[in-house]
Design a protein around this ligand. Structure first.
Ligand SMILES: [Zn+2]
Length: 311
């Protein structure tokens, strides 16, 4: 897996966290001044591209990702909108075996960002689970066959040979660049306490007059506040998807007038837009390497010839 996710957003950082964090700051920060969260960066499972990292690669990436930044790609407004990875480790997942028959190993990280006014929204988006998925970018020197260990062979990726899935093992990482957050649609529970009466009321089941307690009124108010916030996030997500479709469309079907595409995307649902963006980006990727690509340079090539790629 070359994509990861936020595991948990922990509360107040401990002493060890603060010591590690303050290695990266210009002045000593107090625990109340920083927000920290844990995330999985990647693991050694075979992914949908039939590629995986070896455990040795993960170990190297563990060193390389230390001190690197997490970027909130959706709004690259200011330099403040990045979190820094201050701790990385490999975790053996108990009892979980990869498709390649190895024990599952995850590269996990802890990152922090200062609790500033400008970061407030980003922190809320992480807390609420809206910002959850990350993709990491790095470069590796080699890709070898997971079955025979050779660089080039007759084993076709995705094929099965004697019950074993052919895939590429990515070895010798040379650099890690960053991890970036990928926005996902706002669908999660808002963490607001729900009472049966309010539920019933909102579903329109009450015909006549209803008496509400002060707490219930407050609850309804909170629910509305939370919903309108989420609607805002949904709106932004939609705009992002539309932008993506238009961008890729210009590559995939350059003759299509932009105005036509613009009005076409307006009529699509979020699900349709999302599917379209995925399809188009895949098609565009074949034409131009827009999206993170994982194409290891041939082994043995000179370092300077290594191609950077994103995963
Ligand atoms: Zn092979």
């Amino acid at each position: 897996m070359k994509e990861g996710l936020v595991m948990k957003s922990a509360g107040v950082p401990g002493r060890e966290d603060m010591e590690a964090i303050n290695m990266y700051t210009r002045r000593a920060y107090g625990p109340e001044e920083v927000y920290m969260f844990s995330l999985v960066l990647c693991d050694n499972e075979i992914d949908r591209d039939f590629e995986r990292f070896s455990v040795e690669s993960l170990e190297r990436l563990r060193e390389l990702f230390l001190g690197k930044t997490c970027i909130f790609d959706h709004e690259r407004k200011s330099a403040n909108q990045t979190a820094r990875i201050y701790h990385t480790e490999l975790e053996q997942a108990k009892g979980e075996i990869t498709q390649a028959g190895e024990g599952l190993v995850r590269l996990t990280a802890r990152a922090y960002l200062p609790r500033t006014q400008g970061n407030k929204e980003t922190i809320e988006l992480i807390e609420s689970g809206i910002l959850k998925e990350v993709s990491v970018s790095c470069s590796v020197k080699c890709g070898v066959c997971g079955i025979c260990g050779k660089e080039s062979c007759e084993h076709k990726k995705g094929g099965t040979y004697g019950g074993r899935l052919a895939h590429t093992v990515l070895t010798e990482p040379t650099d890690a660049y960053e991890c970036s957050f990928v926005a996902v649609p706002a669908q999660r529970g808002a963490g607001v306490v729900k009472s049966a009466k309010v539920e019933k009321l909102l579903s329109g089941e009450y015909g006549g007059e209803v008496t509400l307690s002060k707490a219930q009124v407050t609850e309804i108010g909170e629910r509305f506040k939370s919903l309108s916030e989420k609607a805002g996030w949904g709106e932004r997500y939609r705009t992002e998807l539309e932008r993506g479709v238009l961008k890729y469309s210009a590559i995939v079907q350059p003759d299509m007038p932009r105005a036509v595409m613009e009005s076409a995307v307006k009529g699509l649902s979020i699900e349709e837009l999302s599917a379209m963006e995925k399809t188009y980006s895949g098609m565009a990727q074949k034409i131009l390497p827009l999206k993170p690509q994982l194409m290891p340079a041939a082994c043995g090539r000179k370092e300077s010839n290594n191609r950077d790629f994103k995963i």
